[in-house]
Design a protein around this ligand. Structure first.
Ligand code: TGC
Ligand code: FAD
Length: 387
């Protein structure tokens, strides 16, 4: 019996019927709607906004939140599979869903009032309201505790001042979840982007995540009522708790990108005839392809166990750090190696490898750089904080 080259250990057999159904539905969406247009979107630096209604109707926005808020009530493993299949298309599409789901809907659900949940979540699940998440600031994203953006109490209102940098969906969003320093520590605010004093400026000249909107946000005396503050969390654990959710999805996503690159390079090297034999018949190409298959298999098993821990309520943030580090590194190395196996053909967006390799430069940086996650694991195993 021959094995499936993209699932050598039949990890799919460990999934439930419901999990396989979700994976298949998102895979179909990626094959039919994303792949035909994504190379052009990347070339043009355009986020394919026209796909948002279908993403929403598939239940992919806030997919793990309860049905009473218009969401799909899916499991952590299902969310992971969604991220994997979307990122097989493009990291930018997965980013859109990660930000909306884990960084905007999750904090409203986890830290918001019941009124805030009912006001925003159903419309966000339907894709009618898009969110962005403002944590990173221009002076250094790895150290969010050193936050300069401030929120000052003024009667029944708050007045926000500061700047946020590298914000996904910034120019698409109707609301921004803004984290700001207050007298009581860091707090989160739901800021409608049409509030006077709020501006978003799109960042151009990106060579990565070109099919995604990335912006700088500026807050100049932005006045919002106390009802816009997320009342149920104070301190850095608020935004870090959102990051744990988003990073979890990002442990799965790059597997999709790696599979896309590896599948393409595998087929190409079987057909490309050089020195009277297919490239795939050479020992060096086989070692490269075998190594990719090995690393993809390990990543698949890692995230499935992580997802099972999450669904059992036992996942801890440092486990997410290890998996984000491992799987982003796995995917970027594979994407670059695949680009090489395609030769010159690998440098255009007619093939997927260069697009994924460039995208993964962002994925390995955002949501905590590789170094940040290595230091989290270093701290976990030594008990010594090296930050
Ligand atoms: P520390 O001061 O020790 O902890 C503060 C409080 O937070 C708790 N905590 C966490 N809670 C949940 N999840 C986590 N991952 C947590 N890490 C820490 C902690 O227990 C403590 O709680 P309490 O109750 O004692 O107050 O903070 P630390 O030393 O652990 O943090 C240092 C460090 C460097 C790990 C952290 O600052 C960090 O992760 N920096 C990286 C920042 C980052 O990842 N930014 C991402 C911005 S968003 C983004 O990139 C979106 S891209 C989206 C897309 O397009 O897909
Ligand atoms: P810095 O923190 O300045 O890091 C610079 C270098 O220093 C890195 O190599 C880092 O690993 C290293 N370093 C840091 N600390 C240490 C240490 N202790 N020891 C040794 N080396 C260290 N942020 C948001 O809030 N919301 C978003 O929606 C969002 N979307 C993004 C989309 C894209 C496309 C990108 C590229 C970024 C996005 N980010 C977002 C920001 C992202 O989270 C930050 O870029 C990231 O956290 C790193 O911060 P920085 O860019 O300021 O780099």
């Amino acid at each position: 019996m021959s094995l499936n080259p993209t699932d050598l250990f039949d990890v799919r057999s460990l999934l439930s019927d419901e999990e396989r159904m979700v994976q298949d539905a998102v895979a179909r969406f990626t094959d039919e709607k994303v792949l035909p247009i994504i190379g052009d979107c990347f070339d043009q630096g355009r986020f394919p906004r026209e796909l948002v209604p279908e993403v929403a109707s598939l239940g992919l926005l806030g997919s793990s939140l309860p049905e009473e808020y218009g969401c799909a009530g899916m499991s952590g493993v299902q969310y992971g599979l969604i991220c994997q299949e979307l990122e097989r298309g493009d990291s930018g599409i997965r980013s859109f869903v990660s930000v909306q789901s884990s960084l905007c809907m999750y904090p409203i659900f986890a830290y918001g009032s019941e009124e805030q949940r009912r006001e925003w979540l159903p419309r966000m699940a339907a894709g009618e309201v898009i969110g962005c998440f403002g944590l990173t600031e221009p002076h250094g994203g790895s150290d969010p505790a050193n936050m300069k953006t401030s929120a000052r109490r003024d009667g029944g209102d708050w007045v926000l001042n500061g700047a946020k940098m590298w914000i996904t969906n910034g120019n698409l969003a109707q609301i921004a979840i803004v984290w700001a320093q207050t007298e009581d520590g860091i707090q989160g605010f739901i800021v409608p982007t049409d509030t006077p004093g709020f501006t978003a400026q799109e960042i151009h000249k990106k060579m990565s995540l070109r099919a995604s909107v990335t912006s700088a946000l500026f807050l100049d005396n932005v006045r919002i009522p106390d009802a816009s503050r997320l009342p149920n969390v104070k301190g850095l654990k608020g935004p870090l708790g959102c990051l744990t959710q988003a990073r979890y999805g990002i442990t799965w996503g790059p597997i999709g990108a790696a599979i896309a690159c590896y599948s393409e390079a595998l087929e190409y090297s079987k057909e490309r005839m050089l020195f009277n034999r297919p490239v795939a018949a050479t020992q060096s190409a086989q070692i490269k392809l075998a190594d990719m298959a090995r690393r993809i298999t390990l990543a698949q098993l890692l995230v499935l166990q992580l997802g099972r821990l999450k669904d059992a309520g036992k996942m801890v943030p440092s486990q997410v750090s290890l998996a984000k580090w491992n799987n982003c590194r796995m995917a970027i190395d594979i994407a670059r190696e695949c680009r090489d196996l395609l030769g010159g053909a690998g440098i255009t967006t007619e093939h997927a490898a260069i697009r994924h390799a460039l995208n993964l430069e962002s994925v390995i940086t955002y949501e905590g750089t590789e170094t940040v996650h290595q230091l989290v694991i270093g701290r976990e195993v030594t008990g010594i904080n090296a930050f």
